[in-house]
Design a binder for this molecule. Structure first.
Ligand SMILES: Nc1ncnc2c1ncn2[C@@H]1O[C@H](COP(=O)(O)OP(=O)(O)OP(=O)(O)O)[C@@H](O)[C@H]1O
Ligand SMILES: [Mg+2]
Length: 485
């Protein structure tokens, strides 16, 4: 089926009950007391309390990543107290550019502990290691013993980040911006998309995205500009020679980088590997059902966030066939009791939340739509899990607000663009709700006409815009003329 291209709002405009538009999305009670969902609370000092001098140095990274995260108002420590505490921490650490005071996860001590271990590892020389594959700077973060515990993707090293170590992307951007990249995505906000995907996963109870939050880290293995490295060296030298002067620097070390930190999941392999295996050696019925249920959750996640990068290398599967040793017959293996477990992990969610549906000629398909699992109607279990949420307008509004709290922390945040992102997401949710109610299959879902649900700027009602008969999925195996990320 071909996909018509133009995204023209057509004749079918339906009115939709929605909360009144607000100039600024409200920060709900408990929300305002904690960090942006998926984000760290940066315990900032008040300007007056900052050390004097070397003012440009207060930027976490010399590349303009100077947008403070949410202030920790109401976090249990007043801002003034927080500032003093911040200064003490920084002084105690010799203000060497470490990040302990930037990564505060008051509502998630387990995650805070993992980040602390990563920071401790870095301090004792066990640095994050760049993942060799991939088109951007992504790093395996380790604990002090060298065990991989997370995947960190700094904003500035994303495909179109200015410090992307893989220069070909930079070349694409400069020389032929219209032919490469995804014109429907907000550039250089992949780390928010990663954290946003986890937020959606968590709110819907899908459980397929490893925990992912916004974190600040500094490591000499990251890609820094020569200027940043020279500045850091110069200040260290000054500290040795003229400690009095050097005390005025806010930071001696390299600038911290903001990025997404995803927990590392162990025992998983790329889906491609297992899919081939399962083709040759089909799963037992119980495990097949379990896999189908996990697969449906992946579909729901991808569809809601309109992931544009779900190849079969960007989701992982862990399949364990455990022999519990209860062998009732030595010879006859059919009596051997085995426990099997299968689990999907949706990684690499950095290219989602488009602000418009992808254009026809480079419609980024959901690659799972070609799998046999996509032909099976959504199970009752999956429908029971998500339908009550998705069909509830308040839930959807709440989801948008949580994403707003997260996305607005980026220095390039633009309210209008965010609204467009939410219009696409609400449209996806509308389609998905209908598909689940109608007991459709994933393959039928991706053939539904694209739709956006806009928030009205004038009245108390939003509107649903059906985008002609356009389809989000094209069923041909032809690749776009230009390939990209
Ligand atoms: N949370 C995780 N747990 C375990 N392994 C992971 C995790 N995230 C990533 N990996 C491993 O690291 C590899 C690269 O990760 P990912 O695809 O997210 O990075 P990337 O830099 O965006 O790469 P690409 O541009 O190729 O998509 C994956 O193929 C996977 O093997
Ligand atoms: Mg990948």
């Amino acid at each position: 089926m071909a996909e018509p291209g133009a995204e023209e709002p057509d004749e079918r405009l339906l009115l939709l009950e929605e909360p009144p538009p607000q100039a600024e999305l409200p920060r709900r009670g408990p929300q305002s007391a904690r960090a942006a969902p998926g984000g760290a609370v940066r315990q900032c000092g008040e300007p007056g309390l900052e050390e004097v001098g070397d003012s440009e140095d207060s930027a976490p990274e010399g590349d303009g990543e100077d947008e403070p995260l949410l202030r920790a108002a109401g976090s249990g420590r007043g801002r003034r107290a927080g500032a003093a505490w911040d200064r003490e921490r920084r002084a105690a650490a010799g203000h060497t550019g470490h990040t302990a005071d930037m990564n505060i996860f008051l509502d998630d001590p387990e995650f805070a502990e993992i980040i602390l271990r990563t920071e401790q590892a870095i301090e004792c020389g066990v640095f994050p290691e760049r993942i060799s594959q991939g088109s951007s700077g992504s790093y395996f973060a380790k604990d002090p013993k060298g065990k991989i515990i997370g995947v960190f993707k700094p904003k500035s090293e994303e495909p179109y980040g200015h410090l992307n170590p893989k220069w070909t992307k930079y070349f694409h951007k400069i020389c032929c911006p219209c032919c490469f990249g995804r014109g429907c995505l907000v550039p250089n906000q992949g780390y928010l998309s990663e954290a946003g995907a986890y937020l959606v996963d968590e709110k819907l109870g899908l459980g397929v995205v490893p925990k992912t939050k916004v974190v600040w880290l500094v490591s000499e293995t990251f890609n820094y500009s020569a200027i940043d490295r020279a500045k850091s060296r110069g200040k260290k030298y000054a500290l040795e020679k003229v400690p009095k002067v050097a005390k005025k620097f806010n930071r001696i070390g390299l600038p911290p980088k903001v990025g997404s930190f995803q927990l590392f999941v162990e025992g998983y392999k790329e889906a491609d590997y297992w899919l081939r295996k399962f083709e040759a050696d089909p799963l037992p019925e119980n495990t097949r059902k379990e896999f189908q249920s996990q697969f449906e959750r992946l579909v729901i996640l991808d569809y809601v966030i309109r992931n544009t990068d779900r190849g079969n290398d960007n989701w992982l599967v862990r399949y364990e066939k455990q022999d519990d040793g209860l062998d009732l017959s030595d010879k006859d293996s059919q009596w051997t009791i085995t426990k099997e477990s299968i689990k999907i992990a949706a990684i690499d969610n950095g290219l989602a939340f488009p602000f418009k549906h992808p254009d026809e000629w480079r419609a980024y398909p959901f690659h799972w739509a070609w799998l046999p699992q996509a032909k099976v109607p959504f199970s009752q279990e999956t429908r029971d899990l998500v339908l009550p949420h998705l069909s509830d307008m308040n839930f959807v509004q709440d989801l948008c607000e949580d994403l707003y709290e997260l996305f607005k922390t980026d220095k390039g945040f633009d309210k209008a663009t965010f609204e467009n992102q939410m219009s696409v997401m609400r449209g996806q949710i509308l389609n998905l709700t209908q598909a689940l109610k109608d007991e459709k299959s994933p393959i039928q879902l991706v053939q539904m006409p694209r739709v956006i649900v806009e928030r009205s700027s004038t009245g108390s009602q939003g509107r649903i815009v059906h985008l002609g008969n356009a389809f989000t999925q094209t069923f041909h195996s032809r690749k776009p003329f230009f390939s990209s990320w």
